[in-house]
Write a protein that binds this ligand. Structure first.
Ligand code: FES
Ligand code: FES
Length: 155
C-alpha cells in the first residue's frame, strides 16, 4: 500500500506491505536511533515522536502513520536545546552503551509538549516504560526537572 509521511521534516512516500511496522520502515531508511528491542511494546527503546507524542514504533504499523509527522533522535538529538537533556542521561548512573538514550530524550520531549513544568512523578511516569539494560534505571528526575525548566527559555 502507498503512504506518505513526513520524517524529520521531509515528506516521503513509500509502498509497504500492510503489516510492516513503523519501526521496520524507519530502520530500513537508516534511522538507526530507532532501536530494535523487544518488538512487543515492553522495552520502549524504539520510541519515536509521532505528531509530538512518544510512540513505540514497533507497535505502530507504518500505514497508521499516513499523513503524520515523525521525528527521530537523528533530528531531535542534534538540536542544540536538547543537548543538556541528553547530557544528563549520559552522565547519570552506569550508562554504558547509549542504546536507550534516544528513547529517553524523545519521551522527555513529548512530556514537555503537554507538561512544560512537569512534576517529578510525571517525569518518572513518562520514562517508566523505557528500559535501560546497563544502568540501575532510577533516573535523576530532580536534575531532569531542572534541565527542563532551564530549557523552557529556548522552547
Ligand atoms: S522494540 Fe518496541 S517497545 Fe521494545
Ligand atoms: S545505557 Fe545501555 S541500555 Fe541504557
Amino acid at each position: 500500500m502507498k503512504l506518505t509521511l513526513t520524517i524529520n521534516n521531509k515528506k516521503k512516500s513509500f509502498d509497504v506491505p500492510p503489516n510492516r511496522t513503523l519501526m521496520d520502515l524507519l530502520r530500513s531508511q537508516g534511522f538507526w536511533s530507532v532501536r530494535y528491542g523487544c518488538e512487543t511494546g515492553d522495552c520502549g527503546n524504539c520510541a519515536v515522536s509521532v505528531d509530538k507524542r512518544a510512540v513505540y514504533s514497533c507497535r505502530m504499523l507504518a500505514a497508521q502513520a499516513e499523513g503524520k509527522s515523525i521525528e527521530t533522535f537523528e533530528r531531535i538529538g542534534n538540536k542544540k536545546e536538547f543537548q543538556p537533556l541528553r547530557q544528563i542521561f549520559l552522565e547519570f548512573g552506569d550508562i554504558e552503551c547509549d542504546y536507550c538514550i534516544p528513547a529517553l530524550v524523545l519521551a522527555t520531549r513529548a512530556l514537555m509538549e503537554t507538561r512544560p513544568d512537569p512534576t517529578e512523578d510525571e517525569i518518572t511516569d513518562a520514562l517508566s516504560g523505557i528500559s535501560c539494560r546497563c544502568s540501575r534505571q532510577a533516573y535523576p528526575v530532580d536534575e531532569i526537572r531542572n534541565v527542563i525548566r532551564k530549557m523552557q527559555g529556548d522552547w
